[in-house]
Design a protein around this ligand. Structure first.
Ligand code: CTP
Ligand code: CA
Length: 227
């Protein structure tokens, strides 16, 4: 319904959305990544633009068409996403981090393709932590700026999501149920619970576009209570 009516209730708001997976190179031909398709983040970016916001989308590699009516910044790795987001964050009113950022990357990137060895049956890869982008944003927040994260869990979804809300100093976290039919990576629908310090709102199974609008509704409601 929203998508058709396009109520322009986000005019004048500068919104940064991140979407998609990151790729962490191992050697010139291989990388570590995850199943994120970017669809939820793109839906949020499109919904905010349709409602009149000035949107910047920082996106990892996806198969999705480049969305119109917004600035698009393409990145590949968690490090590049960190640099792009932290360079833009100071001017943003609302930051929504739907990207599935790698938590670890290979400690070193081999200059040449890693060859298999005839003797070794096993191979271990030393990994190192990436920067937590949302954690950084929570610590460098501009007054009045709202921060929204997504949470992916296969167990104890709500409990773990509440912990992330507090630990990263977020205003809202959208808890994404990966264990339900029709929800999570690569699906057209999502089953989200919107968690703030004040309340928890379980959404029904919705299209990612509709879920995006409900998420923005909740953020605008929060904004009006905070300002
Ligand atoms: N996130 C981020 N930078 C990272 C890792 C995660 O900004 N290096 C953000 C994601 O974009 C998401 C939120 O943090 O909005 C939660 O991501 P999630 O993977 O669910 O939680 P983590 O804090 O990474 O904890 P864990 O993976 O151990 O559950
Ligand atoms: Ca993670």
């Amino acid at each position: 319904l929203h998508a058709l009516s396009h109520e322009k209730d986000m005019c004048g708001l500068r919104v940064l959305v991140t979407a998609g997976p990151t790729r962490e190179a191992l050697d010139p031909v291989r990388y570590l990544t995850n199943h994120s398709t970017g669809r939820m983040g793109y839906a949020v970016a499109r919904a905010a633009a349709a409602r009149g916001a000035s949107v910047t989308l920082v996106t990892g590699p996806t198969e999705l068409p480049r969305p119109a009516y917004m600035e698009v910044v393409e990145v590949t790795s968690a490090r590049e996403m960190f640099q792009a987001v932290t360079a833009l964050s100071a001017s943003m009113d609302l930051i929504i981090k739907a990207a599935a950022v790698a938590d670890y990357r290979p400690r070193s990137v081999a200059a040449d393709k890693i060859k298999k060895s005839a003797e070794a049956r096993d191979l271990s890869l030393p990994l190192e932590r990436t920067d937590d982008i949302l954690g950084w944003l929570g610590e460098h927040r501009r007054p009045g700026q709202l921060l929204c994260g997504f949470s992916m869990e296969t167990r104890d979804l709500l409990e773990n999501s509440r912990k992330k809300l507090a630990k990263k100093h977020l205003d809202l976290i959208a808890a994404n149920n990966l264990r339900e039919e029709g929800a999570g990576f690569g699906t057209a629908t999502n089953l989200l619970t919107l968690i703030t310090a004040e309340r928890e709102t379980p959404l029904p199974l919705l299209s990612k576009d509709e879920a995006a609008h409900r998420l923005l509704d909740e953020l605008l409601a929060l904004r009006s209570t905070r300002t």
